[in-house]
Write a protein that binds this ligand. Sequence first.
Ligand code: UD1
Ligand code: CA
Length: 426
Amino acid sequence: MNRPLAVLVLAAGLGKRTKVSLPKVMLPLCGRTLLGTVLDEVAALAPARTVVVLHHGREKVEASLAARGGLTIVDQGAPRGTGHAVQVAMAALEGFVGDVLVCYGDMPLLRSETYAALRAARGDAAAALLTALPDDPTGLGRILRDESGAVLGIREERDCSDDERAIEEINVGVYCYDAAALRPALANLSAQNAQGELYLTDTIGNLLAAGHAVETVELDDADEALGVNSLQQLALARAVMQDRILERHLANGVMIEDPATTWIDHDVVIGRDTRVLPCSVIRKGVVIGAGCEVGPFAHLRENAVLEDGAEIGNFVEVKKSRVGRRSKAKHLAYLGDAELGEGVNIGAGTITANYDGKHKHRTVVGDGAFVGSGTVLVAPLQVGKGATTGAGAVVRRNSPVGEGETWVGVPARRLEKSAHERGPKA
Ligand code: UD1
Ligand code: CA
């Protein structure tokens, strides 16, 4: 498709039904916000312009988008309806020629393939709109068609007659317009409706009245049209998104024993032949090599990196830490801000005490070190290659354990080698 694309993401609504203080489009979904999820999905279409329409909670939402380039953010002012939102967005696209895709910041399950199919379906028509046949159409706009099946327009449920309310085909709220046809169709929207709002849906009737063609695309998977207006709907969306993420890892040869109890965010890399055992939580950005074992009940947080063959077992939390090849922490441990070499054994109950109340500090453990059960490694600290700590040792900060040394006790001290170990006297 060589027509340029502009994407308008509507996200100015209040979202009061969530009952939480966070702006609705900032609710989390598998490691991204709702709005971030939509923006990532539309980015796959390589739009020339992306306009995000905000108002309620604008500062917070805008701050959450700071790391993204290429967005035009407009403030709708007091939201006066979806038609008003698009009027405001189009004012930021003066002179733009091409496709205008309208989507919502609270509809995170629509796939880029669906947006692309809608765009392709427009062809030479002035607009194409997405429709669905959900189990329960309550509250949604209905698609009006004539006897031949041609679209006549969209009617909001509150404006429907009883007969119209019985229509099962609904308006998803996502459209692809020809920019040149959209502008005049937006110009004369009226607020003469049950909600006193400017309805974007009226543009469809306007285009048809002006003699333009309008195409429709029916969603195969009505789940994609799920809009998040409440925390119940957020939970439903999370379950669908979680399944998609797990399916991708399963298809890549990651052995996830129990998908029902496994949480894996977006943007997690896992190598082949790695086993993920039940009740494990793996957060965004974690990188796991091949042939690793994770869980059951493991918690891998941001910037945890497991190299090939590493094993993280039950009730082990790993944060901002690298676990080297074939290194193991199998039971009841916390590894934070740590760097473990290869073949390190972390005994049950080991803690990296990385936080002094003000700052975080690093712990570095060399290849082949054996950290005994219940060791507390108070950071900053270095443990040399092949070193050993005894069970229950508390190794104080800045008291480096040398290569091959053994430290025991509280506070831990270097264990002198026996006469036998030191060898014959000279
Ligand atoms: C809209 C459609 C309806 C469709 C439904 C699907 C209209 C008139 N109706 O209804 O046909 O079935 O979506 O969910 O378009 N928004 C703004 N500014 C505004 C109003 C809304 O940015 O002034 C944003 C909201 O934040 C939200 C989206 O647009 O993300 C949809 O708004 P909402 O008020 O929920 O539309 P519905 O009444 O559900
Ligand atoms: Ca809605």
